[in-house]
Design a protein. Structure first.
Length: 418
Protein backbone atom coordinates (compact mmCIF):
# COMPACT_ATOMS: atom_id res chain seq x y z
CA UNK A 1 0.00 0.00 0.00
CA UNK A 2 2.60 2.57 1.06
CA UNK A 3 6.36 3.06 1.11
CA UNK A 4 8.03 5.30 3.69
CA UNK A 5 11.01 7.04 2.08
CA UNK A 6 13.57 9.06 4.02
CA UNK A 7 17.06 10.41 3.38
CA UNK A 8 19.80 10.55 5.97
CA UNK A 9 23.36 11.82 6.23
CA UNK A 10 25.74 11.40 9.17
CA UNK A 11 22.91 11.00 11.71
CA UNK A 12 22.95 7.28 12.41
CA UNK A 13 21.66 7.61 15.97
CA UNK A 14 18.80 9.88 14.95
CA UNK A 15 17.89 7.53 12.10
CA UNK A 16 17.80 4.62 14.51
CA UNK A 17 15.34 6.40 16.79
CA UNK A 18 13.09 7.27 13.84
CA UNK A 19 13.05 3.69 12.56
CA UNK A 20 12.29 2.48 16.07
CA UNK A 21 9.33 4.90 16.24
CA UNK A 22 7.95 3.56 12.95
CA UNK A 23 8.45 0.05 14.30
CA UNK A 24 6.19 0.90 17.25
CA UNK A 25 3.25 1.78 14.99
CA UNK A 26 0.37 -0.69 14.64
CA UNK A 27 1.19 -3.35 12.06
CA UNK A 28 0.17 -2.27 8.54
CA UNK A 29 1.08 -3.00 4.95
CA UNK A 30 4.16 -0.89 4.29
CA UNK A 31 7.87 -0.85 3.60
CA UNK A 32 10.68 1.59 4.47
CA UNK A 33 13.37 2.72 2.04
CA UNK A 34 16.27 4.65 3.57
CA UNK A 35 18.52 6.65 1.23
CA UNK A 36 21.98 7.43 2.56
CA UNK A 37 23.25 10.74 1.17
CA UNK A 38 26.94 9.93 1.35
CA UNK A 39 27.40 9.50 5.11
CA UNK A 40 30.93 9.07 6.43
CA UNK A 41 29.79 5.99 8.35
CA UNK A 42 26.66 4.12 7.35
CA UNK A 43 24.36 2.46 9.84
CA UNK A 44 23.65 -1.23 9.35
CA UNK A 45 19.87 -1.49 9.21
CA UNK A 46 17.72 -4.39 10.37
CA UNK A 47 15.75 -6.00 7.60
CA UNK A 48 12.50 -5.70 9.51
CA UNK A 49 11.17 -3.39 12.19
CA UNK A 50 9.49 -4.59 15.34
CA UNK A 51 6.02 -4.47 13.75
CA UNK A 52 7.13 -6.50 10.72
CA UNK A 53 7.61 -3.63 8.24
CA UNK A 54 10.47 -4.41 5.89
CA UNK A 55 13.45 -2.06 5.51
CA UNK A 56 15.66 -1.51 2.49
CA UNK A 57 18.56 0.88 2.02
CA UNK A 58 20.00 2.75 -0.94
CA UNK A 59 23.53 4.12 -0.67
CA UNK A 60 24.52 7.22 -2.63
CA UNK A 61 28.15 8.26 -2.81
CA UNK A 62 27.31 11.96 -2.57
CA UNK A 63 24.95 14.36 -0.85
CA UNK A 64 21.98 14.68 -3.22
CA UNK A 65 19.96 16.79 -0.79
CA UNK A 66 16.20 16.33 -0.92
CA UNK A 67 16.51 14.92 -4.45
CA UNK A 68 18.03 11.82 -2.86
CA UNK A 69 14.44 10.82 -2.22
CA UNK A 70 14.11 10.07 -5.92
CA UNK A 71 16.52 7.15 -5.58
CA UNK A 72 14.33 5.84 -2.77
CA UNK A 73 11.17 6.14 -4.85
CA UNK A 74 12.82 4.39 -7.78
CA UNK A 75 13.90 1.56 -5.47
CA UNK A 76 10.44 1.21 -3.93
CA UNK A 77 7.99 -1.57 -4.72
CA UNK A 78 6.06 -0.33 -7.79
CA UNK A 79 2.94 -2.14 -6.60
CA UNK A 80 2.70 0.34 -3.69
CA UNK A 81 0.97 3.44 -5.11
CA UNK A 82 1.79 5.91 -2.33
CA UNK A 83 5.17 7.23 -1.19
CA UNK A 84 5.17 8.74 2.31
CA UNK A 85 8.03 11.23 2.52
CA UNK A 86 9.67 11.52 5.94
CA UNK A 87 12.90 13.02 7.27
CA UNK A 88 15.26 10.96 9.37
CA UNK A 89 13.90 12.95 12.35
CA UNK A 90 10.18 12.72 11.57
CA UNK A 91 7.71 9.86 12.07
CA UNK A 92 3.93 9.33 12.00
CA UNK A 93 2.22 9.09 15.39
CA UNK A 94 0.07 6.17 14.20
CA UNK A 95 -0.93 4.25 11.06
CA UNK A 96 -3.02 7.18 9.84
CA UNK A 97 -1.47 7.26 6.37
CA UNK A 98 -2.42 3.63 5.75
CA UNK A 99 -5.96 4.12 7.08
CA UNK A 100 -6.66 7.30 5.11
CA UNK A 101 -5.11 6.22 1.84
CA UNK A 102 -6.77 2.81 1.92
CA UNK A 103 -6.12 -0.08 -0.44
CA UNK A 104 -4.66 1.51 -3.56
CA UNK A 105 -5.75 4.93 -2.38
CA UNK A 106 -9.36 4.03 -3.09
CA UNK A 107 -10.75 6.77 -0.89
CA UNK A 108 -8.66 9.52 -2.48
CA UNK A 109 -10.01 11.36 -5.56
CA UNK A 110 -7.96 10.79 -8.68
CA UNK A 111 -6.94 14.42 -9.05
CA UNK A 112 -5.23 14.44 -5.65
CA UNK A 113 -1.51 14.04 -6.25
CA UNK A 114 -0.41 14.44 -2.62
CA UNK A 115 -1.96 14.15 0.84
CA UNK A 116 -0.35 16.42 3.43
CA UNK A 117 -0.32 15.48 7.11
CA UNK A 118 -0.57 17.81 10.08
CA UNK A 119 3.06 18.16 11.18
CA UNK A 120 4.02 18.81 14.80
CA UNK A 121 7.45 19.69 16.17
CA UNK A 122 9.12 19.19 19.51
CA UNK A 123 8.72 16.54 22.21
CA UNK A 124 5.44 14.62 22.25
CA UNK A 125 4.73 15.94 25.74
CA UNK A 126 4.60 19.59 24.52
CA UNK A 127 4.29 19.63 20.73
CA UNK A 128 3.78 22.70 18.54
CA UNK A 129 2.69 22.77 14.94
CA UNK A 130 5.21 23.14 12.12
CA UNK A 131 5.47 26.66 10.70
CA UNK A 132 5.55 26.01 6.95
CA UNK A 133 3.21 25.05 4.15
CA UNK A 134 0.18 26.55 2.41
CA UNK A 135 -3.22 25.10 1.49
CA UNK A 136 -1.68 23.44 -1.59
CA UNK A 137 1.99 23.42 -0.65
CA UNK A 138 2.87 20.51 1.62
CA UNK A 139 5.61 20.15 4.23
CA UNK A 140 8.12 17.63 2.91
CA UNK A 141 8.73 15.68 6.13
CA UNK A 142 5.10 14.48 6.36
CA UNK A 143 3.33 13.93 3.05
CA UNK A 144 2.09 11.06 0.89
CA UNK A 145 2.68 11.47 -2.86
CA UNK A 146 1.42 9.17 -5.59
CA UNK A 147 4.41 7.20 -6.86
CA UNK A 148 3.45 7.69 -10.50
CA UNK A 149 3.07 11.42 -9.97
CA UNK A 150 6.43 11.83 -8.25
CA UNK A 151 8.30 9.95 -10.95
CA UNK A 152 6.19 11.41 -13.76
CA UNK A 153 7.10 14.94 -12.69
CA UNK A 154 10.77 14.09 -12.35
CA UNK A 155 10.90 14.23 -8.55
CA UNK A 156 12.45 17.06 -6.57
CA UNK A 157 14.72 19.48 -8.42
CA UNK A 158 18.29 18.44 -7.59
CA UNK A 159 19.55 21.99 -8.21
CA UNK A 160 17.58 23.21 -5.18
CA UNK A 161 19.36 21.02 -2.66
CA UNK A 162 17.21 21.44 0.45
CA UNK A 163 14.70 24.02 1.77
CA UNK A 164 11.88 24.96 -0.57
CA UNK A 165 12.02 22.07 -3.01
CA UNK A 166 8.46 21.08 -1.98
CA UNK A 167 7.09 24.39 -3.23
CA UNK A 168 8.57 23.82 -6.69
CA UNK A 169 7.19 20.28 -6.83
CA UNK A 170 3.72 21.41 -5.73
CA UNK A 171 3.78 24.08 -8.44
CA UNK A 172 4.48 21.42 -11.04
CA UNK A 173 1.62 19.30 -9.72
CA UNK A 174 -0.82 22.18 -9.99
CA UNK A 175 0.36 22.99 -13.50
CA UNK A 176 -0.28 19.32 -14.37
CA UNK A 177 -3.90 19.63 -13.22
CA UNK A 178 -3.47 17.95 -9.84
CA UNK A 179 -4.10 19.21 -6.32
CA UNK A 180 -2.77 18.81 -2.80
CA UNK A 181 -5.17 17.69 -0.08
CA UNK A 182 -4.63 18.49 3.61
CA UNK A 183 -5.60 15.70 6.00
CA UNK A 184 -5.52 16.57 9.73
CA UNK A 185 -6.46 12.98 10.64
CA UNK A 186 -2.84 12.10 9.82
CA UNK A 187 -0.18 13.47 12.14
CA UNK A 188 3.60 13.42 11.96
CA UNK A 189 6.02 14.53 14.68
CA UNK A 190 9.18 16.29 13.47
CA UNK A 191 11.87 16.58 16.13
CA UNK A 192 13.87 19.02 13.97
CA UNK A 193 17.26 17.68 14.96
CA UNK A 194 19.61 20.70 15.01
CA UNK A 195 22.71 18.78 14.00
CA UNK A 196 23.88 19.39 10.43
CA UNK A 197 21.60 22.44 10.03
CA UNK A 198 23.40 25.61 8.94
CA UNK A 199 21.54 28.94 9.28
CA UNK A 200 23.44 30.62 6.38
CA UNK A 201 22.87 27.65 4.08
CA UNK A 202 19.21 27.43 5.08
CA UNK A 203 18.53 31.13 4.40
CA UNK A 204 20.58 31.11 1.19
CA UNK A 205 18.68 28.13 -0.20
CA UNK A 206 15.29 29.38 0.95
CA UNK A 207 15.81 32.75 -0.73
CA UNK A 208 17.22 31.36 -3.96
CA UNK A 209 14.70 28.53 -4.26
CA UNK A 210 11.66 30.68 -3.45
CA UNK A 211 12.86 33.18 -6.05
CA UNK A 212 13.29 30.43 -8.63
CA UNK A 213 9.71 29.30 -8.02
CA UNK A 214 8.47 32.84 -8.72
CA UNK A 215 10.56 33.10 -11.88
CA UNK A 216 9.35 29.74 -13.14
CA UNK A 217 5.64 29.82 -12.37
CA UNK A 218 4.32 33.30 -11.49
CA UNK A 219 1.99 34.86 -14.08
CA UNK A 220 3.68 37.84 -15.70
CA UNK A 221 1.28 40.37 -14.19
CA UNK A 222 2.16 39.38 -10.61
CA UNK A 223 5.82 38.38 -11.00
CA UNK A 224 7.28 41.68 -9.77
CA UNK A 225 5.05 41.80 -6.68
CA UNK A 226 5.79 38.14 -5.92
CA UNK A 227 9.55 38.78 -6.15
CA UNK A 228 9.26 41.68 -3.74
CA UNK A 229 7.13 39.69 -1.26
CA UNK A 230 9.55 36.74 -1.22
CA UNK A 231 12.57 38.97 -0.63
CA UNK A 232 10.87 40.95 2.15
CA UNK A 233 9.40 37.90 3.90
CA UNK A 234 12.63 35.91 3.88
CA UNK A 235 14.68 38.91 4.96
CA UNK A 236 12.47 39.05 8.05
CA UNK A 237 12.90 35.30 8.58
CA UNK A 238 16.69 35.71 8.35
CA UNK A 239 16.66 38.44 11.00
CA UNK A 240 14.42 36.37 13.28
CA UNK A 241 17.05 33.64 13.29
CA UNK A 242 18.68 35.73 16.05
CA UNK A 243 17.75 36.10 19.73
CA UNK A 244 14.27 36.01 21.18
CA UNK A 245 12.58 38.02 23.88
CA UNK A 246 13.82 41.45 24.89
CA UNK A 247 16.69 41.49 22.40
CA UNK A 248 14.36 40.89 19.48
CA UNK A 249 11.86 43.48 20.76
CA UNK A 250 14.75 45.95 20.90
CA UNK A 251 15.52 45.16 17.24
CA UNK A 252 18.83 43.53 18.10
CA UNK A 253 20.00 40.81 15.71
CA UNK A 254 22.22 38.16 17.29
CA UNK A 255 25.02 36.11 15.75
CA UNK A 256 22.66 33.53 14.22
CA UNK A 257 20.50 36.38 12.92
CA UNK A 258 23.56 37.98 11.31
CA UNK A 259 24.44 34.61 9.80
CA UNK A 260 20.90 34.36 8.48
CA UNK A 261 21.10 37.84 6.91
CA UNK A 262 24.42 36.92 5.26
CA UNK A 263 22.86 33.75 3.88
CA UNK A 264 19.84 35.70 2.66
CA UNK A 265 22.06 38.20 0.82
CA UNK A 266 24.00 35.40 -0.84
CA UNK A 267 20.71 33.85 -1.91
CA UNK A 268 19.56 37.15 -3.43
CA UNK A 269 22.87 37.43 -5.29
CA UNK A 270 22.63 33.91 -6.71
CA UNK A 271 18.98 34.41 -7.61
CA UNK A 272 19.79 37.58 -9.53
CA UNK A 273 22.57 35.79 -11.39
CA UNK A 274 20.49 32.71 -12.30
CA UNK A 275 16.91 33.91 -12.66
CA UNK A 276 17.25 34.26 -16.44
CA UNK A 277 18.20 30.56 -16.61
CA UNK A 278 14.87 29.39 -15.16
CA UNK A 279 12.46 27.83 -17.63
CA UNK A 280 9.21 29.77 -17.59
CA UNK A 281 6.04 27.71 -17.13
CA UNK A 282 3.72 30.48 -15.93
CA UNK A 283 0.56 29.29 -14.24
CA UNK A 284 -2.87 30.47 -15.29
CA UNK A 285 -3.94 33.14 -12.82
CA UNK A 286 -6.55 30.92 -11.15
CA UNK A 287 -3.91 28.22 -10.58
CA UNK A 288 -1.47 30.76 -9.12
CA UNK A 289 -4.22 31.93 -6.77
CA UNK A 290 -4.61 28.36 -5.53
CA UNK A 291 -0.83 27.99 -5.19
CA UNK A 292 -0.49 31.12 -3.04
CA UNK A 293 -3.59 30.41 -0.92
CA UNK A 294 -5.60 33.34 -2.26
CA UNK A 295 -8.36 31.06 -3.57
CA UNK A 296 -8.70 29.40 -0.16
CA UNK A 297 -8.85 32.81 1.55
CA UNK A 298 -11.55 33.96 -0.86
CA UNK A 299 -13.65 30.86 -0.16
CA UNK A 300 -13.31 31.25 3.61
CA UNK A 301 -14.16 34.96 3.65
CA UNK A 302 -17.13 34.35 1.35
CA UNK A 303 -18.41 31.62 3.67
CA UNK A 304 -18.02 33.87 6.72
CA UNK A 305 -19.88 36.68 4.96
CA UNK A 306 -22.71 34.32 4.01
CA UNK A 307 -23.08 33.39 7.66
CA UNK A 308 -23.20 36.98 8.90
CA UNK A 309 -21.93 40.04 7.06
CA UNK A 310 -19.17 42.16 8.57
CA UNK A 311 -17.75 45.40 7.20
CA UNK A 312 -14.67 45.87 9.38
CA UNK A 313 -11.97 43.45 10.45
CA UNK A 314 -8.64 43.25 12.22
CA UNK A 315 -5.99 40.89 10.83
CA UNK A 316 -4.45 39.12 13.83
CA UNK A 317 -0.91 37.72 13.93
CA UNK A 318 -0.05 38.20 10.23
CA UNK A 319 2.26 35.57 8.80
CA UNK A 320 2.93 33.78 5.53
CA UNK A 321 0.93 35.30 2.66
CA UNK A 322 -1.01 37.64 4.92
CA UNK A 323 -1.47 39.70 1.76
CA UNK A 324 -3.86 37.01 0.49
CA UNK A 325 -6.06 37.45 3.57
CA UNK A 326 -6.03 41.23 3.13
CA UNK A 327 -6.88 40.95 -0.55
CA UNK A 328 -9.78 38.56 0.06
CA UNK A 329 -11.19 41.00 2.63
CA UNK A 330 -10.72 43.97 0.30
CA UNK A 331 -12.65 42.20 -2.43
CA UNK A 332 -15.63 42.13 -0.06
CA UNK A 333 -15.17 45.80 0.77
CA UNK A 334 -14.12 45.02 4.35
CA UNK A 335 -12.26 47.89 6.01
CA UNK A 336 -9.16 46.98 8.01
CA UNK A 337 -9.08 48.63 11.41
CA UNK A 338 -6.12 50.24 13.12
CA UNK A 339 -4.81 49.14 16.54
CA UNK A 340 -7.18 50.12 19.32
CA UNK A 341 -10.18 50.45 17.02
CA UNK A 342 -13.15 48.13 17.41
CA UNK A 343 -13.64 45.59 14.60
CA UNK A 344 -16.57 43.32 13.81
CA UNK A 345 -14.32 40.33 13.13
CA UNK A 346 -10.81 39.13 13.81
CA UNK A 347 -9.32 37.35 10.80
CA UNK A 348 -6.24 35.19 11.27
CA UNK A 349 -3.48 36.57 9.06
CA UNK A 350 -1.56 33.52 7.83
CA UNK A 351 -2.21 30.93 5.17
CA UNK A 352 0.11 28.32 6.73
CA UNK A 353 -2.04 25.60 8.33
CA UNK A 354 0.02 25.05 11.50
CA UNK A 355 0.29 28.69 12.61
CA UNK A 356 -3.33 29.25 11.56
CA UNK A 357 -4.57 26.53 13.93
CA UNK A 358 -2.27 27.69 16.73
CA UNK A 359 -3.61 31.25 16.48
CA UNK A 360 -7.19 30.03 16.20
CA UNK A 361 -6.92 27.96 19.36
CA UNK A 362 -5.42 30.89 21.27
CA UNK A 363 -8.16 33.22 20.04
CA UNK A 364 -10.93 30.79 20.93
CA UNK A 365 -9.45 30.29 24.39
CA UNK A 366 -9.21 34.06 24.93
CA UNK A 367 -12.75 34.67 23.68
CA UNK A 368 -14.12 31.95 25.93
CA UNK A 369 -12.50 33.67 28.88
CA UNK A 370 -14.01 37.02 27.84
CA UNK A 371 -17.44 35.45 27.44
CA UNK A 372 -17.33 34.08 30.97
CA UNK A 373 -16.58 37.56 32.27
CA UNK A 374 -19.45 39.24 30.46
CA UNK A 375 -19.58 40.96 27.03
CA UNK A 376 -19.79 38.94 23.84
CA UNK A 377 -16.52 38.78 21.95
CA UNK A 378 -15.78 39.48 18.29
CA UNK A 379 -15.88 36.72 15.72
CA UNK A 380 -12.72 34.86 14.84
CA UNK A 381 -12.53 33.92 11.17
CA UNK A 382 -10.25 31.25 9.74
CA UNK A 383 -8.89 32.21 6.31
CA UNK A 384 -8.88 28.57 5.17
CA UNK A 385 -11.72 26.20 5.98
CA UNK A 386 -9.84 23.03 5.03
CA UNK A 387 -7.47 23.44 7.96
CA UNK A 388 -10.19 22.12 10.31
CA UNK A 389 -11.83 19.26 8.43
CA UNK A 390 -9.32 18.62 5.68
CA UNK A 391 -9.90 18.65 1.93
CA UNK A 392 -10.15 14.96 1.04
CA UNK A 393 -13.90 14.94 1.64
CA UNK A 394 -16.67 17.42 0.96
CA UNK A 395 -16.76 20.03 3.67
CA UNK A 396 -19.80 19.77 5.90
CA UNK A 397 -21.85 22.81 6.83
CA UNK A 398 -20.37 24.47 9.86
CA UNK A 399 -20.17 27.83 11.58
CA UNK A 400 -18.26 29.30 8.64
CA UNK A 401 -20.31 27.74 5.83
CA UNK A 402 -19.26 25.03 3.39
CA UNK A 403 -16.87 24.41 0.53
CA UNK A 404 -17.13 21.73 -2.13
CA UNK A 405 -14.07 20.49 -3.93
CA UNK A 406 -14.54 18.97 -7.39
CA UNK A 407 -13.77 15.28 -7.54
CA UNK A 408 -13.14 14.88 -11.25
CA UNK A 409 -9.85 13.56 -12.57
CA UNK A 410 -8.27 16.05 -15.00
CA UNK A 411 -6.16 14.99 -17.93
CA UNK A 412 -2.61 14.82 -16.62
CA UNK A 413 0.23 16.12 -18.74
CA UNK A 414 3.02 15.28 -16.33
CA UNK A 415 5.91 15.32 -18.76
CA UNK A 416 5.09 18.86 -19.86
CA UNK A 417 6.19 20.24 -16.49
CA UNK A 418 8.75 17.60 -15.48
Amino acid sequence: MITYVMVTRNRAERLGRTLAAIGELPAHEAEVVVVDNGSRERRVLARRLRNGIGVRSVALGWNAGAAGRTAGVEASDPSRPWIVMLDDDSAPVDDGFARVLGGGGGGVPGDVGAVAAEVWVGPRSRPLRERGGLPEVFIGCGVAIRREVYLGLGGYDAAMGTYGEESDFCARMLVAGLRVAFEPRVRVVHTREPAMRSVPVMMHNQMRNAGWVVERYAPEEVRFAARRDVRRRLRGAAERAGPAGAARRANVVGLSGLAGVVGHRRGVTELWRTRGEQRRTPMPRETWDRFTGLSAAREAIAAAQREARFSSAMIVEPGVNAWAVAQALAEWGVRLTVPGEEAQAEVIGTMSPGPMLDVYERCVSALSSVSRRGPAARRVVLPWLGVVEGTLVEMKSGPLGSVRWGDGSPERNLKAVA
